[in-house]
Design a binder for this molecule. Structure first.
Ligand code: GRF
Length: 226
């Protein structure tokens, strides 16, 4: 029998993306197991969610380490112990050192609340409002050493509405972010998405534009730039 697809989650906070993964697995709509949940914050609600699910959990405080490289070496030793097929950064608020990323090229994902390459970093919803864009959203991308800079797999677009503030916009993006992550994980778990160097491939072909989440929560290829 095929071994279940093993996901490790790195999270610093609330853990709604982790919960979406756990719920999808429990409902049978994602054929995978959350093998471990890891955090830089001992009191992260995401860790508690991981514990409740029965996953291995661990937190390491960055303050206990002399450098980012030392921290990451220890953290990823714990991560590797759960033998993940994929590592998902879901609200993980630290940059990962180049060495650890390079050792896991194509095996680490991040979910970011903007249509990358627009609005990297923090406070993306306010950045979008300040820029006056009509469309905002979320992106799932492979992790590279550059902040929010790795190859994008898939995006969900969300209109900016009159009267939006950062909280309202964030809420609507989050509602699309969860199905975006789940749909991406289904394709990865099925082996339909991979990374060749820095090129995302979908069903073995180079993907030139990110997949888009359609209203039925399915990922579709883009014909032209919208
Ligand atoms: C999400 O908006 C994600 O895109 C960003 O951090 C937030 C994490 O939310 N990277 P949660 O902890 O999964 O609820």
């Amino acid at each position: 029998m095929r071994r279940p697809y093993r996901i490790a989650v790195l999270a610093s906070g609330r853990g709604s993306n982790l919960q979406a993964i756990l719920d999808a697995i429990a409902q049978g709509s994602l054929d995978a197991v959350v093998a471990g949940v890891f955090s830089d914050k001992a009191d992260a609600p995401a860790l508690a969610k991981g514990r409740e699910s029965g996953a291995v959990t661990a937190s390491l405080s960055p303050r206990a380490f002399a450098s980012r490289a030392d921290y990451d070496e220890s953290l990823f030793r714990l991560v590797d112990d759960v033998h993940p097929d994929l590592i998902v950064c879901a609200g993980y608020m630290r940059l990962v050192s180049e060495r650890e990323v390079a050792a896991r090229n194509g095996k680490m994902l991040n979910i970011h609340p903007s249509l990358l390459p627009a609005f990297k970093g923090l406070r993306t919803h306010q950045q979008a409002l300040d820029a006056g864009v009509s469309w905002h959203g979320a992106s799932v991308h492979f992790v590279s050493p550059e902040l929010d800079g790795g190859p994008v797999i898939a995006q969900a677009r969300v209109p900016v509405l009159p009267g939006d503030n950062a909280d309202r916009l964030a809420q609507r993006v989050l509602e699309r972010e969860h199905p975006l992550l789940l749909a991406s994980l289904r394709l990865l778990a099925a082996g339909r998405i991979d990374l060749a160097g820095s090129q995302v491939r979908f069903d073995g072909r180079a993907l030139h534009l990110p997949l888009q989440l359609d209203p039925d929560q399915r990922l579709v290829e883009q014909e032209t730039t919208p």
